[in-house]
Write a protein that binds this ligand. Structure first.
Ligand SMILES: [Zn+2]
Length: 242
């Protein structure tokens, strides 16, 4: 999904209630035609709670991570970031997550696994992507920006550590009144990866705090760690020692 792709009109595919363990959301499916030599369709989901038109709602632009979200992989922070964002929105009673299908920073699941294989051999996530012929980050954030505008939201508080998302929203005419860190505790398995994101990709990560986006973060984290069981609790305890 490069910026030079031709895109069609954004359309709403469906709207449905989405009860979750964090509370009641509404999910709106969006799609738009995209042309990059061959025609296709790009899709994304907006997961919404409350009235978004009041003041500046919380927003998380989140990229799919099957390994982190479905398998509970500790190699990255994606699953915990999504949970933190949903908990933060539930605590305020309003806000949204725009969920994009950009597995592995846009390279797809199979290529991400290949990159993991290279990382297991000792190179970092950026070098692994380059070795496979990809950019370090293949994403752009045009679609979520269009979705936010379609929802009538012109000002947001953005839950992210990635300054590129701030720039993408600003370029689309959406005011980011605050960037709120979304940083779960590193684990022994994610720490090197997160260091690379900080040092080579410019992500604003402290790599220290257990949770630094308010009281909800600790609650969300403790809920998740209880759910994930003792193995993850041990991993977090080890991570705290770094
Ligand atoms: Zn991930």
């Amino acid at each position: 999904m490069k910026a030079d792709h031709q895109t069609g009109m954004l359309k709403r595919a469906a709207t449905a209630r989405m009860p979750t363990k964090w509370g009641m959301f509404h999910a709106i499916g969006f799609k738009r035609e995209i042309t990059n030599g061959i025609p296709g369709v790009e899709t994304a989901l907006a997961i919404i709670m409350g009235d978004l038109r009041q003041d500046a709602p919380l927003l998380r632009i989140h990229s799919q991570c099957f390994t982190g979200e479905a398998l509970g992989s500790l190699r990255c922070d994606c699953g915990d970031q999504l949970a933190m964002a949903l908990q933060a929105i539930a605590d305020e009673g309003r806000g949204l997550v725009v969920y994009e299908y950009q597995e592995g920073r846009g390279i797809g699941l199979m290529a991400k696994l290949q990159a993991y294989e290279l990382q297991d051999a000792g190179i970092d996530t950026v070098a692994a992507n380059h070795a496979l012929g990809f950019k370090a980050d293949y994403r752009n954030f045009n679609l979520p920006a269009a979705i936010v505008r379609d929802l009538g939201v012109s000002r947001v508080r953005l839950l992210t550590n990635n300054q590129r998302k701030v720039y993408a929203l600003c370029d689309a005419g959406i005011e980011v009144v605050a960037r709120i860190p979304c940083e779960p505790a590193p684990t022994p398995y994610s720490l090197a990866y997160l260091r690379t994101k900080k040092e080579r990709m410019g992500h604003a990560l402290s790599l220290r705090h257990y949770g630094n986006i308010g009281s909800f973060a600790s609650r969300a984290a403790s809920d998740m760690f209880a759910w994930r069981g003792s193995d993850h609790s041990r991993a977090v305890n080890v991570a705290r020692e770094f």
